[in-house]
Structures are given as C-alpha cells and as structure tokens.
Design a protein. Structure first.
Lengths: 398, 264
C-alpha cells in the first residue's frame, strides 16, 4: 500500500513513463485527425481498438482478464493525457472503464466476468451503463424502466437517456438500472441488468447532436419487451442503484483527471499563442492583462491536479473503504467539483487569449470550449457535488 | 540467440538545442530520450526475438548505450518496450567522443556480451552521421548489413532489403553480424503499462572504460578526429511568400518560385 503521508502527489517514474507513452500515442494517433472527426461527429472505432491494443482499457483490470493489474492512478494519468489532446477520446476511455468494465468486474459473477470482460478489457468491445432516464438524472432513484421476471427471463421495458458508448459498432452490452419491484416501505426496488447489444427490442436510437464531445458515442436507448436470461442480473436484486452509486466515486476522480487534461491543453495552447501573437508592437504575453490570466491557469492546473491525484492515491492506498470511505468520497467530490469548474474557466480564458481565432473551429481551443461544459454535468452535477460536500460537513441539506 | 541493440540517448528534438562552450551538444541541461531512429532498432530486435519464439533456445535482447547518467532513460524505454536487460557505459572521459571513438567503446562493450546479432538504428537524431554501424562491424570483424528496410532471419542467415536512391538491393550476411535498420522497417511499438511495470525489475549494469579495458586517451574530445568548430542558431522563420491566383497566372508564379530556389 502506498504511504500517503510521505509524498501523496508525487507520481512514480512508472506513472510518468505511462504518461509519456500515452502522450506520444495521443500526439501521433489522435491529434492529426481530431478536427475532422469532431466536425463529422465521427466515432473512430479503429482508434478505440488501438487504445485497446495499447492496454489502456485494461490498465486496472486483473491479469486473468487480460488487464495490467495497475492502479487507479495509472488510469487517471491515461485519461488526463488523452483528454489533453481530445476530451471525447478521454471520456470514451473513462466511461469504457468506469461505467463499462468496473460494474461487471465489481459485481459480476465469475461467469459474467468470464463472458464479458476479456473483450472489454482488450478494447475490442465497449459497454455502457444506463442509469439516466428522461425523468431521472440527478434523482436517479426515480427510475421508471421496469424489469419483470417471467419464466426465468427478465422482461425489460422503458427508456434511458444520454448513455455513453451505448450504440457504437463496438458496443457489446449495456448495463441498465430498472425497477424490479416495490419494497415494503413503498419505495422502488432497483436492480441492474446486463442487456447484450442486438437483443430484440433493445434499440440504440440515433446519436444525439451535442454541443461538445462530438467524437464520443451517446444515444437514447429504448427497451420494448426486451428478454434476457435471469442470470443477466448484475449483483444482488434490489441493490442495483446502491451498488452503482458505490462505483460513482471513482468515476468522479476520473472525470477530474479528464478536466486536468483540458486545463493543461488550455495552458499549453495559450502560452504558445501568447508568445506568438503580437499587438501594439509586442507579443500579447507581455501584457499583464494576458499574462496574469495565464498565471491563473497555472494555479488552476496545479490545484486541480493535486486534488485529483490525492483522491486517486487515497483509493490506491485502500482508503476508499471502511472507516476512510467518507473521507475518500469527499475528496472525490471536491476534486470533481474544483477540477471541472476550473476546466470551464480555463477554456473561457484560453478562448479569450486567442481572441477572434479562439471562436474559430480551426483552432483547438474552440473545441475545448465546447467540450468542457459537460464536465460540470456528467457523473454528478456541480450542484450534486456541493450537496454531497455540504452533507459531509454535517449540514442538513435536502 | 543473443541480440545486442545499440541505442543512443539524444536531446528531445521538440525542445531547445543547446551547446556547451566546446561546441559539443549539451546533454545534461536538456530533456533527453531514446533516439526515435533507435526505436526502430529495438522494434526489429524484439520482432526477431518474438519470431524465434522459444525454438533455437531462448533469445535475449540486451540494450547497450553509452552516455551520461540520464542515458539510462533510453535503456529504460527499450526495456519497457520489451528488451530483457541493459548495459550502460558511463564514463566522464567519453564526453565529446566522435563516431570513431564511440564505435571503439561500443565494440569493446559488445565483445563482453554474448552476441549473435548487433542491431543499430540508421543514424542518431542529433549527430546524424550514420556511420557507427559500419565502423562497429569493422571493429568487430563482423559482416555489416546496413540500412535494412525489411529484415528476415533464416537460421544463421540474415537477409535485408536496402532501398537506395537508384536501386533496391538484397544483402545477406551470416551470423554473427551487425545490422542497421531504417525508419521504413516498421513502426515501433508503444510500451504497455505491463511492460513499464516489468521494466522496473529488469537488470541494468553500468560499465566504465576501465571495465572495458579502454584507455581514456583513446576517447573523448581530444582523441576525436572530427570536431565541431562553430554552431549557429537556426535563423528565425521568415514570413514566406503567398502566391495569389486571380487571373490564372498562379501556376506560373509557383513554378518560377520553385525554379528560382532550384527546387526543380
Ligand atoms: C454527453 C452525456 C453523456 C452522459 N453519459 C451518461 C451515461 O453513460 N450513463 C448515464 O446513466 N448517464 C449519462 N449522462 C447523464 C448525466 O449523468 C445526467 O445528465 C446528469 O446526471 C444530470 O441529470 P439530468 O440531465 O437529468 O439533470 P437534472 O437532474 O434534471 O438537473 C437539472 C439541474 O438541476 C440541478 N439539480 C438537480 N437536483 C438538485 C438538487 N437536489 N439540488 C440542487 N440542484 C439540483 C442540477 O444540478 C442541474 O443543474 C450523460 C449526459 C451527457 C450530457
């Protein structure tokens, strides 16, 4: 176990080597194509396979499923570095692991793991997690999708919304939360069920037209009398929602890492541009009005990175369970909130530094500007994070 | 089969180049890395090892580098890609050595290692002389198959294709031999995280000139035949010329430009 007291934010030489590898990969395989993919709203299946070959989907998975058995920090490093070049590719990895692989790894039976994990871990397949519904987002307990056990089969009916990695050529399954009954106290019993792609009645509707994340695969899903075998229940009956919430904390740290990548990109692009662009006889970086904004970006970057990797180190030190659990949850929410709000500010600053060019799709800052906003919404909105942090302080927030 | 792959630790080409007061490249003050051209050599070494599988006994790939303390990073990268062990020749007396002196140290180090095949990149990305592989084969008294763009090994016969400007030739050599590979030989792999973790435990030995029995007077700036007399910063980029085509004269203007610069 890592000793947190010694040097909590220092990444190991191996993490730095991974960073270098992922950076090289992103510069060579992603950067040259990303503008075109973004313009065309193209989900690059071949690239996702290459990310798989590089072993990134399997970073944290056990070796028996083809993974590298690495720590959570290494996954954060990979997400940050992909996100530094393109946020959509970063989220494809983040969701592929956090929402696709992890629920099956954590709650699956040996048979379920054996059946689904090797392909997911290799990045030859992707899985989505369908929690959000048209009427249930932050309030995910309001799920209306139902699953009924009939003749040893779950019959699923309902709809999911905004589901990442759920309708691509590579999607092999979507895990969905559904009401499987009513508890004695009248509340809904919610369970998680694995629905393989191609099951009759399960339709991934056409992809959304999104403000950002154009390269990421997001669909509304409909379920009409979809039948899957009873053994497709994931985890315990009636524990689907609670179990899923347990995996959300990690996801928050991973989204924070994606935000760190965004801030780093904004800083790199802005510093370079500030040295090149001249006005009134000198580079704009000489004007305090510009230079001080870049100094602010550096502060946001360092603070966000420290919060993110501190939370990741806590998890790697086993402090996400037992008596440290509350502390980890809070660290995850703090990191997610601070890093994502900083990322949105950072894109606003970077776009401003680029002036009119920053508003042109020709320049990557424009794409980062569009891509950043979702960071404050997905995997728990900023308001939800504040609510959780405040509750952690003992405040009786609703 | 024992493969020794010679790699160089070079300044990161994306960073600023700096020179010492004696006009040698500043290797301490800048970020360095495994020369990209040597990644191809590592890749071919690993592919040969993989193709051999466990037939013909276990093959081993040893990474050899000469350089300052930081040069171990180049070895580490090759180990992360999949090489088995490393040898780092480090000695202050080597600083400033030209290709001739470098090839002497390399040859003495190779002699101390079991070697059926010695693999090099086509040139370094900093000095760019591209003569070390040939010098090394001469010093070792081994056949040199240089500038291979495709490499095959059939038993004890090494066969390479060399694409020249005017002809493509096939070169065969009997092992043991020295091979150099070009940037056309096949993209180098990225280290996987498993490889990165595994590399932590792979052995790296550090040797001095004394370990090799090389006299300090045979190497270094003093003993080198070539010396850099002067360096100049790259001139700043000029504005360039934009040819506008409003009346169909654009093509001619372009051609005139190319002719004036002797590009065509
Ligand atoms: C591109 C994209 C990808 C996504 N991928 C997935 C996925 O893979 N799987 C999945 O299940 N979901 C996914 N989502 C859904 C995402 O998690 C939800 O959109 C998010 O949780 C917010 O839910 P909502 O949209 O219903 O907003 P609402 O919950 O309706 O919130 C509306 C506003 O009210 C605020 N609010 C709500 N409740 C409170 C409260 N108690 N106190 C204060 N403020 C409150 C919110 O913060 C927000 O500002 C994705 C969304 C997007 C846009």
């Amino acid at each position: 176990m890592a000793d947190l007291s010694s040097s909590p934010f220092e990444l190991s030489p191996e993490h730095e080597a991974l960073r270098r590898t992922v950076r090289d990969f992103a510069e060579k395989e992603v950067a040259p194509h990303v503008a075109a993919w973004d313009r065309e709203h193209h989900f690059p299946v071949d690239l996702v396979r290459k990310v798989g070959e590089l072993g990134l989907f399997g970073l944290t998975a056990p070796e028996e499923y083809g993974g590298a058995g690495g720590d959570f920090t290494s996954l954060c490093v990979a997400i940050e570095e992909l996100g530094r070049v393109d946020q959509s590719i970063g989220i494809t990895l983040e969701a592929g692991v956090g929402l696709g692989i992890n629920p099956i790894l954590t709650f699956g039976t040996p048979e379920q793991r054996e059946q689904w994990l090797p392909e997911l871990v290799a990045g030859r397949a992707l899985a989505g997690f369908g929690l959000t519904e048209p009427g249930a987002g932050s309030d995910a307990g309001a799920t209306r999708t139902r699953a009924e056990l009939v003749d040893d089969e779950w019959v699923v009916n309902g709809a999911k919304q905004f589901i990442t990695n759920s309708g691509s050529e590579l999607t092999s399954l979507v895990t969905v939360t559904a009401r499987t009954g009513t508890r004695e106290d009248g509340s809904a019993e919610i369970s998680a069920i694995v629905v393989p792609a191609g099951t009759p009645g399960f339709v991934a509707e056409p992809a959304y037209d999104k403000l950002g994340w154009h390269i990421s695969d997001t669909h509304p899903l409909t379920f009409t009398d979809v039948r899957v075998p009873a053994d497709h229940l994931l985890g315990e009956r009636g524990r689907g929602y609670a179990q899923f919430l347990a995996t959300l904390d990690d996801g928050r740290v991973a989204i924070a890492a994606l935000a760190v990548g965004c801030i780093q990109a904004c800083l790199d692009l802005s510093v370079e541009y500030a040295g090149q662009r001249t006005t009134f006889g000198g580079p704009i970086g000489r004007k305090q009005g510009v230079a001080f904004q870049l100094a602010d970006l550096e502060v946001m970057l360092q603070a966000s990175r420290a919060l993110t990797y501190r939370a990741a180190a806590m998890k790697d030190a086993g402090r996400d369970t037992g008596r440290h659990r509350a502390e980890f949850k809070r660290a995850a929410s703090v990191a997610k909130l601070y890093a994502t709000e900083s990322a949105v500010s950072a894109t606003r600053i970077a776009t401003q530094v680029f002036g009119g060019y920053g508003f042109m799709e020709e320049y990557p800052v424009a794409r980062f500007y569009r891509d950043a906003k979702i960071l404050e919404i997905g995997e728990g909105t900023s308001e939800v994070q504040r609510m959780l942090i405040a509750r952690g302080l003992g405040l009786p927030v609703e | 089969m024992n493969i020794v792959v010679c790699v160089k630790y070079v300044p990161d080409a994306t960073g600023d180049r700096k020179f010492e007061s004696d006009n040698t490249v500043d290797r301490e003050g800048v970020d360095g890395l495994l020369s990209e051209l040597d990644e191809y050599a590592v890749e071919q070494s690993l592919q040969l090892k993989e193709k051999l599988g466990s037939d013909g006994g276990d093959s081993e790939v040893t990474v050899l580098t000469i350089g300052p303390a930081g040069a171990v990073d180049a070895i580490r990268k090759a180990l992360q890609m999949g090489a088995d062990k490393g040898v780092h020749v480090q000695d202050d007396a080597i600083a400033g050595s030209d290709a001739f002196a470098t090839s002497l140290v390399l040859a003495e180090a190779v002699k101390k290692l079991p070697h059926d095949l010695v693999v090099c990149g086509m040139a370094s990305t900093d000095g760019g002389m591209g003569v070390v592989p040939a010098m090394l084969s001469e010093r070792l008294g081994l056949p040199g198959a240089t500038l291979g763009s495709s490499i095959e090994l059939d038993g004890q016969t090494l066969k390479i294709r060399r694409d020249g400007d005017t002809a493509t030739v096939t070169v065969e050599a009997t092992l043991p031999a020295v091979l150099s590979v070009t940037d056309q030989s096949g993209e180098a792999r990225y280290p996987s995280f498993k490889g990165i973790m595994a590399a932590k435990k792979k052995p790296v030995e550090t040797w001095s000139l004394a370990d090799l029995g090389v006299d300090a007077g045979q190497v270094g700036l003093e003993a080198s035949y070539t010396a850099v007399e002067e360096t100049q910063a790259r001139p700043p980029r000029t504005a360039g010329e934009i040819v506008k085509d409003e009346d169909g004269s654009g093509a001619k203007a372009l051609v005139d430009f190319l002719v004036s610069k002797k590009f065509v």
